[in-house]
Design a protein around this ligand. Structure first.
Ligand code: ZN
Ligand code: ZN
Length: 558
C-alpha cells in the first residue's frame, strides 16, 4: 500500500477529548508544533443518575494549556453532541470558527444566549472548499446524515492527510439531493491518507442503515389510518424528518404545529435557510391547535427522550397550555432511544396510554431510521480511504472494537490505533502510535434549562467550593404521590450568613408545600418530581439567600 511520507520533524498529535468510549461530547484536538486545531465542541446529555445536571461537556483543562494557540475550530455539523459546548469552548479558540451555513445558523443563537459576540469569526464554508489554519489545510467533504449540511474533513498536515468523517451514513437518495462525496473520499484514498478517524456509532449493526426516505411508507400508513390528532416526537434537529412530515401533512390535509422550543427554533432556522419548505397555509401556531378539528392536526413535538420539561412529556400529563390528548389521538415516537432514557420514555408512554391515545414506535412501523452508517457503509468508507492508520471514533468501547475489526478485514495493511478520551496519538517519522495521555473527563453544567444561561453554574470543584451542594431528599408514596415524611434538605459546603440561614430552617416545609401542590401524576413520576424539586430548591436558595448551589434531588419511593 502507499506510504505517506512524513516530512522531517513534522510531528502531528491527535487528542480525542470526548466521544471515544462514550456517546456524545465529541471534541478532538489536532496539534502540530505550536499550533492546534479543534474539531467539534459537543455535549453529552446527562444520564438519569446525574440528577439536576443539564449538560455534560468535556474537561477543558487541555484547551487551557493551548490557550492562544488554537488557530481554528472546525464543526462537522449542527448536532448538540458536536456544537453544544460551543459557548464554553469559544474563549479558548483564537481563530475563526469554520462550518457550513446551516451549522453556523445553529451556533449563532447559542453564542448569543451566552452574551458572546463572535464578531467576524464565524466563517461559512462549502463542501470541496479548503481553508488554511496555521500549518493545516482543512478541506470540507459533503457527507449524508440525519440533518442537512454535514461535512467530513480532510485535514492536510505536514505529517500527512487526516480524514475525519464526522457523523455519517451513506444515504444514496438524500431528501435534499445533496449526495455523499464518495468520489473525493476515493481520490484522497488514491493520494494516500495518513489516518482515518471514522464514526463508529452503529458499528454493531449489520447491513446498511437506509435512506431518510424510507420512513415515508410507515408514516403514510399512520396518516391514512389516524382518526384524531397525530403527534410525532422527534429530535428537533431531524430536519429531513420534519420535511417528510410537512409534505405528508399537506398531502393529507393536516396543519402542522411545531410544539416545544427546540422544534420552533430549528424549524424557523431551517425554513429561513431554505432547508425546510413549508407550503403556504400548512403551518399553524401551537395556540391554534385547539381550534382545529383533531383530524386536521399534526404536532411535531420535542420530548422524544422523555425530558421532563419538553413538549410531549408535558402534553402526556395534561400540563401543556395548548395541546391536549384525546382517546382517538396517535402518538408516534420517531427517534432513537438514547441509552439510559428507556425508563423516562416508558413513563411518558404510560401517561399517553392512560389517556386512551394510541402509541406507534419503531417496533410497530418503520417510523425511524438512524443517521449513522451500519457495517457495510463503514466498510465502504474504509475501502475508499485505505488509510495507513485507522482510529475508530464516536462510540463506546464495544463499537470502537467492532469497527477496528472491520478495518483489519477491509484494509489488511492498515494499522489500527484504539484510543480513548485523553489518549495522545502521535504521528511522526517513526510512524503513528499512542504516546501518552492528557487529563480528560467530564464537566457537569447546571442551569441552562431554567433559562439562566448567563448565570450558569459550573459544577466542578471550584463551584462546589463557592456555592456548595444541596441534596433534598423526598420520600414519596409511589401509588398516591403523598409525602411519606417531611423532606430532608442536606447541605455541604454552603456557608450562609446569619441573615440568610433561615432558608435552611424553612426549606423542608416550603418544599413539602410545593410538592403537595403539584398534580398527582407529577408526584408519582420520579423523573418529573425530581425536576420539580430541583427547580423549587434552586429558586428558594436564589431568592432567599442569593445563592446558586448545586442541587441534587433524591426521590425515594416507599
Ligand atoms: Zn450527528
Ligand atoms: Zn454525533
Amino acid at each position: 500500500m502507499e506510504r505517506t511520507d512524513v516530512a522531517a520533524d513534522a510531528a502531528v498529535e491527535v487528542i480525542p477529548l470526548g466521544g471515544l468510549g462514550e456517546f456524545g461530547m465529541n471534541m478532538l484536538l489536532v496539534s502540530c508544533g505550536d499550533d492546534a486545531l479543534l474539531v467539534d465542541a459537543g455535549v453529552m446529555f446527562p444520564e438519569p443518575e446525574l440528577f439536576g445536571v443539564d449538560l455534560v461537556i468535556p474537561d477543558l483543562e487541555v484547551l487551557e494549556r493551548w490557550r492562544g494557540r488554537i488557530v481554528a475550530l472546525v464543526l462537522t455539523h449542527g448536532h448538540e453532541d458536536h456544537i453544544g459546548a460551543i459557548a464554553h469552548v469559544f474563549e479558548h479558540v483564537s481563530g475563526p470558527i469554520y462550518a457550513t451555513p446551516f451549522t453556523l445558523a445553529l451556533v449563532e443563537p447559542k453564542l448569543d444566549e451566552h452574551g458572546i459576540d463572535p464578531g467576524d469569526r464565524l466563517t461559512a464554508v462549502a463542501p470541496r472548499e479548503s481553508v488554511m489554519a496555521g500549518p493545516f489545510r482543512i478541506e470540507f467533504l459533503r457527507v449524508t446524515h440525519s440533518m442537512p449540511d454535514c461535512v467530513a474533513l480532510a485535514i492536510h498536515t505536514p505529517a500527512g492527510t487526516i480524514v475525519h468523517t464526522g457523523d455519517f451514513k451513506v444515504d444514496q437518495t438524500p431528501l435534499d439531493g445533496e449526495a455523499f462525496d464518495l468520489h473525493r473520499f476515493a481520490e484522497l484514498g488514491g493520494q494516500g491518507v495518513l489516518a482515518l478517524l471514522s464514526d463508529s456509532t452503529n458499528a454493531d449493526r449489520r447491513g446498511v442503515t437506509g435512506s431518510e426516505r424510507e420512513v415515508r411508507d410507515g408514516f403514510e400508513e399512520v396518516f391514512s389510518s389516524a382518526p384524531g390528532r397525530i403527534l410525532v416526537a422527534a429530535f428537533s434537529t431531524s430536519v429531513y424528518r420534519m420535511q417528510l412530515l410537512v409534505d405528508l401533512a399537506a398531502q393529507f390535509d393536516r396543519r402542522v404545529a411545531f410544539v416545544g422550543r427546540g422544534m420552533q427554533h430549528v424549524s424557523a432556522i431551517a425554513e429561513r435557510l431554505g432547508r425546510l419548505r413549508i407550503p403556504a397555509g400548512v403551518a399553524v401556531r401551537e395556540a391554534d391547535v385547539r381550534d382545529l378539528r383533531p383530524s386536521e392536526v399534526l404536532c411535531l413535538c420535542t420530548g422524544s427522550q422523555g425530558e421532563p420539561l419538553a413538549a410531549l412529556p408535558r402534553i402526556a400529563i395534561d400540563d401543556h397550555r395548548h395541546v391536549r390528548l384525546e382517546p382517538d389521538d396517535l402518538v408516534v415516537f420517531s427517534a432513537r432511544v438514547i441509552p439510559g432514557n428507556e425508563k423516562a420514555i416508558g413513563r411518558v408512554m404510560n401517561h399517553v396510554a392512560r389517556r386512551g391515545a394510541h402509541i406507534v414506535g419503531e417496533s410497530d412501523k418503520h417510523v425511524h431510521v438512524s443517521g449513522h452508517g451500519s457495517e457495510e457503509e463503514l466498510k465502504l468508507v474504509l475501502s475508499l480511504v485505505k488509510p495507513r492508520y485507522f482510529v475508530p471514533i464516536h462510540g463506546e468501547y464495544r463499537q470502537l472494537a467492532r469497527h477496528a475489526r472491520m478495518a483489519t478485514l477491509v484494509c489488511p495493511g492498515t494499522t489500527v490505533l484504539m484510543a480513548q478520551d485523553g489518549d495522545v496519538l502521535r504521528f511522526d517519522r517513526e510512524g503513528g502510535r499512542l504516546a501518552g495521555r492528557v487529563a480528560a473527563g467530564r464537566v457537569l453544567i447546571d442551569g441552562t434549562r431554567t433559562g439562566e444561561v448567563a448565570d450558569e453554574v459550573l459544577r466542578d470543584r471550584r463551584h462546589l467550593a463557592g456555592d456548595g451542594l444541596v441534596v433534598p431528599v423526598v420520600a414519596i408514596d409511589g401509588q398516591t404521590g403523598a409525602l411519606a415524611q417531611v423532606p430532608e434538605v442536606i447541605t455541604r459546603g454552603l456557608a450562609l450568613d446569619a441573615k440568610h440561614d433561615d432558608v435552611l430552617r424553612d426549606a423542608p416545609s416550603l418544599l413539602a408545600r410545593a410538592i403537595e401542590a403539584a398534580p398527582q401524576e407529577e408526584r408519582t413520576d420520579p423523573g418529573l418530581l425530581k425536576e420539580r424539586v430541583r427547580l423549587e430548591v434552586q429558586r428558594m436558595f436564589r431568592k432567599r439567600a442569593g445563592r446558586r448551589p448545586l442541587v441534587l434531588p433524591v426521590v425515594l419511593e416507599v
